[in-house]
Design a protein around this ligand. Structure first.
Ligand code: RTP
Ligand code: MG
Length: 145
């Protein structure tokens, strides 16, 4: 991947309800800022079914879809926009693998998450997975921006 002439990007990060309930919002923000990214928007909010239907449209019909939506409605989330060179890939790297049991130590999910034997993986954070997803998701969670 290129190390020069890379554009400044923005990505949507969510501290999911498990992360907020466990008091890990500050730890997630600390890791983003310590890496050198900037937090340019930040909001504590509670999702709605309508918002989640759009946010997780790609997963509709999968077995974990309804448990995922129910989980994301179970409490407040911290939504933020992080900015920096290659931040989309960079935050995915900070977050680690989707399955927190398998996620590498050193990552948010690997250090702070584990499997709880529930219907859906509670893995602390979400991060946009492409430039297209980031633009779409920032528009959903920060409609004024
Ligand atoms: P995210 O979208 O939250 O950043 O996570 P991701 O890209 O690593 O994972 P994705 O495949 O987009 O799945 C979205 C979220 O659904 C839950 N999930 N549970 N088999 C399962 O139980 C399962 N698979 C996915 C996780 O919360 C995952 O982050
Ligand atoms: Mg995803």
């Amino acid at each position: 991947a290129p190390a020069q002439d890379t554009a400044v990007e923005r990505t949507l990060v969510l501290v999911k309800p498990d992360g907020v309930a466990r008091g890990l919002s500050g730890e997630v923000i600390r890791r983003i800022e310590t890496k050198g990214y900037r937090v340019v928007a930040l909001q504590l909010t509670t999702a709605t079914p309508e918002l989640l239907a759009q946010h997780y449209a790609e997963h509709e019909g999968k077995p974990f879809y309804q448990p995922l939506v129910d989980f994301m409605l179970s409490g407040p989330v911290v939504a933020l926009v992080a900015e920096g060179e290659r931040v989309i890939e960079g935050f995915r790297s900070l977050a680690g693998a989707t399955d927190p049991t398998a996620a590498a130590p050193g990552t948010i999910r690997g250090d702070l998450g584990r499997d709880w034997g529930l219907a859906v993986q509670q893995n602390i954070v979400h991060g946009s997975d492409s430039a297209e997803s980031a633009a779409r998701e920032i528009g959903l969670w920060f409609p004024a921006s």
